[in-house]
Design a protein around this ligand. Structure first.
Ligand code: NAD
Length: 495
């Protein structure tokens, strides 16, 4: 694989080779730790999508579809090996491009990408249909077939992990894909695509077109040969895609945002809950740019002051803001300038709404000594509001940054009512030693995931996704294969 060098361009990956954008236009990709352009990626358009879809379609109708499942599995395993070999390089590219700390990307995302590819390889030859026993006079069975060309649209926050979850399932099920990475962080996806082909996948099985959502994403959504769109992104984009793909009746799955409640009961083990509701939930490596961020912190009134006090001490002692490529950094910058401005705006809104600032509300240079090169970067310090109300905008709208709002509650009914009083339903956390209470909350919280005495536990074997405005369909787990298949029923008359 060619090394991605600073100052270079990395072109689209179409039909097994690098292809410059047809319009000749590029976007600067900014390194958020320093707010400096470091590479260029294609600012492509419908012409590139046309080429990519044609390649994906011909790979689907040709070599890929004809392969036995074991051979598809073998290809996915080879890709996992290639990725493992280039893990350090891929982690560096992603960390530099989107600001996730290298320690987290190297130790978390890259090993997970390899595990996921192997998981999907294991699934590829276990795609069983069913026999349906209707009558002795007929033999009825189902076959789960691939859909065809799938358009996969990815956000900036964890591109490689999201790619592996979606592309792994799509390819295991026998589809081919055209990927659209986020314009703010396309480099790691543009790079990894080459490894699929280096591992021996037929050209055209995986294609990547970089560019803006309204241009490249839209062209994928409107293309008649793309039969399925899988998006990880915002609700706003999901609604636009739904509307624009309606004339073509495409299959859609959406992994969207959240405003997840993280609930600390009076009987919680606080030594575990304190990191669980702060550094693991929202003051994370990716600076809270995590869809499952526990951004509403519900605390029982009897321990409210103590928990807030302990969070402040824990965050002060353990969060180290810094260059994403520095191995000792525990929280990196916000991924790009507009997102930093959005986080700032919400912190101001919270203050105007009357939430009390416990710590944080520091941005950019305010986090560093004067003259520190990092002072230009898109940094936002962890920010905690207390005495927030669930009807404040900071408690209702997704901020996607290192900001959480503490809300007191008196009893279980009130905690549940606040937890569910949100348009979203992605994730939730419950901190309690009472087994019955834990089960009641697992039963009653409206969310795709409930973590008890844990937070942000995500595994490729466990289905992941939301309810309500957090989307539909699932990534990960065998269940997610169904999102990349269509069922055929056969009826053979035996008379
Ligand atoms: P976004 O919806 O703006 O962008 C996501 C992707 O969609 C990008 O590649 C973008 O270019 C593309 N896009 C934008 N407009 C498009 C259009 N009209 N047609 C087709 N594609 C289009 O989201 P974002 O703000 O970049 O990402 C953050 C959002 O993603 C947050 O809401 C976050 O919660 C969510 N997210 C969800 C999960 C999950 O698994 N549930 C994981 C990560 C992020």
């Amino acid at each position: 694989m060619a090394l991605l060098l600073e100052g270079h361009r990395i072109d689209n990956w179409i039909d097994g080779r690098r292809v410059p954008p047809q319009n000749g236009n590029y976007l600067e990709s900014i390194e958020p730790s320093y707010a400096k352009a470091w590479i260029e990626v294609p600012d492509g358009d419908a012409a590139d999508v046309e080429l990519a879809v044609a390649a994906a379609r011909s790979a689907f109708e040709g070599p890929w579809r004809q392969l036995p499942a074991m051979a598809r599995a073998g290809h996915l395993r080879s890709v996992a090996r290639e990725v493992a070999e280039h893990a350090e390089e891929l982690a560096t590219i992603e960390s530099r491009d989107n600001g996730s700390p290298i320690a987290e990307v190297s130790a978390g995302d890259l090993p997970a990408v390899c595990e996921m590819l192997n998981y999907w390889a294991g699934a590829a030859d276990k795609l069983h249909g069913e026999t349906v026993q209707i009558s002795p006079g007929s033999f009825n069975f189902t076959i789960h077939e691939p859909i065809g060309v799938c358009g996969i649209i990815v956000p900036w926050n964890s591109p490689l992990a999201i790619l592996a979850a979606k592309v792994g399932a799509a390819l295991a099920a026998g589809n081919t894909v055209v990927l659209k990475p986020a314009e703010q962080a396309a480099a790691s996806i543009l790079t990894i695509a080459e490894l699929f082909d280096a591992a021996g996948m037929p050209p055209g099985v995986i294609n990547v077109v970089s560019g803006r959502g309204e241009v490249v994403g839209d062209a994928l959504v409107r293309h008649p040969d793309v039969r399925k769109i899988a998006l990880t992104g915002s609700g706003e984009t999901a609604r636009i895609i739904t509307e624009r793909s309606a004339p073509l009746l495409k299959q859609l799955t959406f992994e969207l945002g959240g405003k997840s409640p993280n609930i600390v009961f009076a009987d919680a083990e606080l030594d575990r809950a304190i990191p669980g509701v702060s550094t693991q939930a929202v003051f994370t490596g990716s600076a809270g740019q995590v869809c499952v961020a526990g951004s509403r912190l519900l605390i029982h009134a009897s321990i409210y002051d103590e928990v807030i006090d302990r969070i402040a001490k824990h965050v002060e002692a353990s969060v180290r803001l810094g260059d994403a490529l520095d191995a000792s950094t525990s929280m990196g910058p916000i991924a790009f300038h507009e997102q930093l401005e959005k986080v700032k705006r919400y912190v101001e809104i919270g203050q105007k709404e009357g939430a009390e600032l416990v710590f944080g509300a520091r941005f950019g240079a305010d986090n560093f000594a004067p003259g520190d090169a990092l002072g230009n970067g898109y940094f936002a310090a962890p920010t905690l509001f207390r005495d927030a109300h669930n009807d404040m905008r900071v408690c209702r709208e997704e901020i996607f940054g290192p900001v959480t709002c503490a809300i007191p509650f008196e009893d279980d009914d009130e905690a549940l009512a606040i937890a569910n009083d949100t348009p979203y339903g992605l994730a939730s956390g419950v901190w309690t030693c009472d087994l019955k209470r834990a089960h009641r909350f697992v039963r009653d919280i409206q969310a795709g995931a409930v973590w008890v005495n844990a937070y942000r536990m995500i595994h490729w074997a466990a289905p992941f996704g939301g309810v309500k405005d957090s989307g539909y369909g699932r990534d990960s787990g065998l269940e997610s294969l169904r999102g990349y298949q269509q069922t055929k029923t056969a009826w053979i008359d035996l008379h």
